[in-house]
Structure formats: C-alpha cells, structure tokens
Ligand binder design. Sequence first.
Ligand code: FAD
Length: 420
Amino acid sequence: MSNHHQVLIVGGGTAGIMVAAQLKLKRSNLDIAIIEPSDKHVYQPAWTLVGAGTFDYDKTIRPESSVIPAGVTWIKEYAQTFDPENNSVTTTGATYSYDYLVVCPGIQIDLDGIPGLKDALGKGGVCSNYTDPNYTWEVIKNFKGGNAVFTQPTTPIKCGGAPQKIMYLADDYFRKSGVRNKSKVIFATPGSVIFGVPEFASTLNKVLHRKEINTKYFYAISKIDPERKEVHFRNAKPGDNQCILTEDQGIGERTEGDTAYVIPYDMLHLAPPQSAPDFVKNSRLAHQEGPSKGWMDVDKFTLQHNTYGNVFGLGDVAALPTAKTGAAIRKQAPVVVENLLTLMDTKAVGKGQYSGYSSCPLVTGYGKMVLAEFKYDNVRDSDPFLSKFVDTTKENWSMWILKKYGLPYLYWNKMMKGKM
Ligand SMILES: Cc1cc2nc3c(=O)[nH]c(=O)nc-3n(C[C@H](O)[C@H](O)[C@H](O)COP(=O)(O)OP(=O)(O)OC[C@H]3O[C@@H](n4cnc5c(N)ncnc54)[C@H](O)[C@@H]3O)c2cc1C
C-alpha cells in the first residue's frame, strides 16, 4: 500500500464517507484513502429514539467496511499528528502524505469536564444518549417518579437539540407509564432561550408549557454528587446572576453560597461537555486563540483551511457558527467536493459556498416532530418544497415518520453512497 494519496481523509464517519463517495462518483480514478480506526459506522441521529425505546440500537450500527466506497483505501489506524507544512499525517502505524487533505474526525466527549461525571455516568439513574442510549431507555422505563433532570453543557455539542428531545419523549413516556403526576421534569440549560431561531422557539415554548416542564435558564452544570444524588449548577452569566431558584414546587432545590444551585435528582440525563479531538486541538490546523480555540480553522463559506490551501475541514470538528449535525454535513460535503476538485484542476478554490444550513428534528413526543431548518445567524431556512405541504414550525406526525423511517433510509442508501 502506497503511503501517498491524492486525497487523504481523516475520519470515516458521516462527513468522511459522504465526501469520499461524492468524490468517487465525480472522478472514479481519484486515489483516495480514509484514515478511520473504528470497525463500526454509527447512525447517531437515531440514538434519541433508542433512548426512548422506539428504535433498535443494533440498526444504528453497520460495519465500517460496508460504507467505505469501492476503490477507496481504508487505513485502519488513528491519526495522531498533522504536518501541513510537509503535507503529511502521522498515525499509530505510519506517516502518509497527500496532495489534498480533508479533516473530519468528529467531536470528542470530555467526561472529565464535569467533576463527578465519569464516576456517576451509566449507573444510579445518570444517563446520556451521547454515550449509551440503551441505558437511557432503561432509566426512563424504570422511572418511578421524583425529579427527572435534563441538562445541557456550556461547550458546543453535536446536535444541540438532542438534550431536549429526549426530555420531551421521557415526559410522554412518564404519562403513559402513569408516573408523570408524581414527577417533576426539569430542563436546566446555560442558555437564555429554548432554541436560537425564533420561529421554532415559539412552538417549543408552548410545548414546555403544555408539558409543565420546569425550565431553568443560565444554569451551568458544575458538579455531580452521585452519593447524594444531587446535581450542582453555577450561574452561567458571571457578574449578573440570572438563575431563578424554584421554591414551593416540591423540587427540593437549594442554594449553596451565593452562586451554587443544587437540585436533587432521581434520574439525570446529560449531554457531556464536548470539544475537538485532542490531536486536532493540539495541531496547527486548529484556531490557536479566541472563542473558536481548538476547533478546526476553516473559511465558513468555502470550508478551505484559512492557512493551508490544500486542506479542507467539515463536520463536527470544524469551527463553523452553526449547529453541528449530520444534516449540516449533507450541505457541507458537496461544497468541499466542488472546491477541492476545482482547486485540483485550476489551482484556485471553487465557487462552492456553505450557507450555514443545519437542521434539528425536534421530536416533541412519540409521533410528533418540529423540523427546525436554519442557516448562519439563526435565520430560518425551511425546505421550500416540504413547506408547500407541511408547516414545519409546528408539531407534525409526518415529520416524525420522516425521522423514524425516512431519514435512516436516506442516510444508508443515499447519503452514504454520495447520491444526496
Ligand atoms: C444523541 C445524538 C443525536 C443526534 N441527532 C441528530 C439529528 O437528529 N440530526 C442530525 O443531523 N444529526 C444528529 N446528530 C449529530 C450527528 O450524528 C453528527 O453531527 C455527525 O455524525 C457528525 O459527523 P462527523 O463526520 O463530523 O463525525 P462522526 O460521524 O462522529 O465521525 C467521526 C469519525 O472520525 C473517527 N475518528 C475519531 N478519531 C479519529 C482519529 N484519531 N483518526 C481517524 N479517525 C478518527 C471516528 O471513529 C468516526 O468514525 C446526533 C448525535 C447524537 C450523539
């Protein structure tokens, strides 16, 4: 196997496979290699449904070998360091050189980011759809009442809507299992709104109200105490405390000192803190300073690296001011493909421009979904064709069917084949 490839892709997840498949469809003779250590390819969007007992976990996973496009070389190793000055990547096995590099190794889950999280997670009612959706379902199924607390971290995360989707489903399930009337459902988020795009926030606020969810803004999770079954929060807006303690509603919340808020839990769902993978963070490909420090430094429209012209980045790892989702990658991949091929042919980057499109299928209960589609600056960007038939700002049964059956089918049969 040669150690030089025309196009080297780091990461064979959603983004890596879409880019490789689209490149191969356009130019079958391209020499492409993917560095990907895992045997398995995961369709993560269905993990929300797995956590609510309405999708089979095994159906979210396929062998990586089944998604690597024909004619693409699979390097089954971990990428470790980048040397963009010399056009090479070193892995656990060797050093590989390239003409063009595409970087998309996803996001890293940082269990050390919250004191107590590592010890608490996966037992005692502390669960996360981001790490083990089967355990989330076990917790929800066996919940007998009390405080069900759902949280969001202060870091960027993949699918920012996922922490609230599982809460809506849990609430629905608790009503079916007859425990909702002896439960308090609490959503504690460091954010100041339920969703960034006003058209969808308006519907979600009504859902929160209808479901009687105690929503706490400016709550930044700071510690988990699994012994006492308590979760600690601090004010997310230092110098201007906007946290509001819930009194007289049977939640048992208390303050400690001036800024710590403590809520007892009977179940706790977390989105753990997340960041760019360490080997990206510590490389020259990452932003070295500023609010995007550690994330891959690409132009937000062309997805070309801001310093190294023959390098592109997309997917969760990229510093793009929009939501990190597979749906976003569906619009990013063709931009990378167009711009890379044009660069190859003309030495100038192509005209492909990514608008910041992302989408969040906000499941609000079994059989209900709001399809939030938007672009940079939180501007609504709903599909015009779909909008002829459905008001996607409202809860719809048809969108639930799309989420449960349509999107998984399209993912495996179209997106992974470079056809969408
Ligand atoms: C619970 C949950 C719900 C979600 N819901 C939705 C949704 O409804 N809709 C939606 O569009 N998106 C959703 N997402 C987000 C979506 O799954 C991700 O945004 C998407 O998979 C990101 O693609 P990626 O290629 O950047 O990363 P990934 O698909 O995670 O792939 C990264 C790949 O890089 C590999 N890798 C890691 N380290 C290395 C290394 N050192 N060297 C080489 N390769 C490496 C990994 O093994 C992996 O295969 C959800 C995610 C979760 C967890």
